[in-house]
Write a protein that binds this ligand. Sequence first.
Ligand code: LLP
Length: 418
Amino acid sequence: MHFFTYKNNKLYAEDIAVSELVREFGTPLYIYSYATLIRHIRAYEEAFCEVPHIICYAVKANSNLAILSLCAELGIGADIVSGGELFRALKAGIKPFRIVFAGVGKTEQEIEYALKNNILMFNVESEAELYKINEVAKKLKKHACVALRVNPDIDPKTHKYIATGLRTSKFGIPIEKALEYYKLAKSLKNIKIIGIHKHIGSQITDTSAYVEALSKILSLYDKLAKYDVDIEYIDIGGGLGITYKDEEPPLPKDLANALIPLIKSKKGKIIVEPGRSIVGNAGILVTKVLYTKETGSKNFIIVDAGMNDLIRPSLYGSYHEILPVTPDKRQKIVTDIVGPICESGDFLAKDREIEKITPGEHLAVMSAGAYGFSMSSNYNSRPRAAEVLVKGENYALIRKRETYKDLIKNEIIPEDIL
Ligand code: LLP
């Protein structure tokens, strides 16, 4: 559910015509809907309200400070994977005691930064990392609170690049080894075990993989009690899918209904780490049609947003619905919609049926709020897009469009060498 709809034959973001925002801010332009964000966050809060829980928004999905500030205001936490994400989360006012830190490659500096800021816990991904966290905590004369990220070897039936809970994936500790590592963690003086974590993948469209993974984790949880390991937090990760085309993913309440019966009798607090399902359908990318081209073998619509702005179609072959900002019931054609980048992999859609569009018009790439701007780059020396947040008929620029100067601001010409 989102708030990007047609009114009088014009695409609106809540109560503002997209064409108006384009006139003011130009393209490519990311537009986010406040009402959609709030609705999704509340849906999670309500879904899990019958058990003690913390919703930790996965910052990687969209890390704009304004969106993180909204999370802070609503009292939710953050799931982070880098020092940079911690910096953003803290800047936005997210409480450290609601921040969990995952990722296979935490550096010493990142661990130190997180310890000094008293985050809730590290989701530890290897034995070596456990030793490293213990060492840094000892240096700081602190105790590091940790969960072990357990890899339950479950196939979430999603794109292979975003499946993370299979035996062959780089993430987590193999479930067969988990007990051994918990014992090890217990023996380390500056480590305090407080949780168990899993995250099996992203864009998951049914609850069965969650149920299977959680059941495996909970049998480990039961074993841990026998070894006097006290688990206060059961972190089930994120990963709930959204509708890009015709998927019918479970809602947060369906996920909660499937998982709460398994967890209710346990005394741990549940942590959920949604990213895409909060912000994915809360954002669109608006782009201008520059040219149309018919080569005899194919039709192309060439737009001013490229794979540097939204890499998902190029990287995963992902489908994003593409809608005219001002539709006109014209004849439909089948066409590729491509960006200006010098790569054949630079496309937003392949063989898409869309009404005949003319240069100068605008298209909206739907469901672009998650892993859109946050994965964007300056490839081909293209300044990154502007971002706008809409609330009813109000709106605000939440990230300025980059300039050419921004592109080179960290570069140095070494005059004594050249
Ligand atoms: N927790 C952990 C530990 C994660 O690694 C992730 C995502 C999440 C939570 C949030 O998952 P979500 O609820 O957003 O599915 N770039 C890809 C998605 C990569 C997801 C990485 N991890 C895409 O555009 O589809």
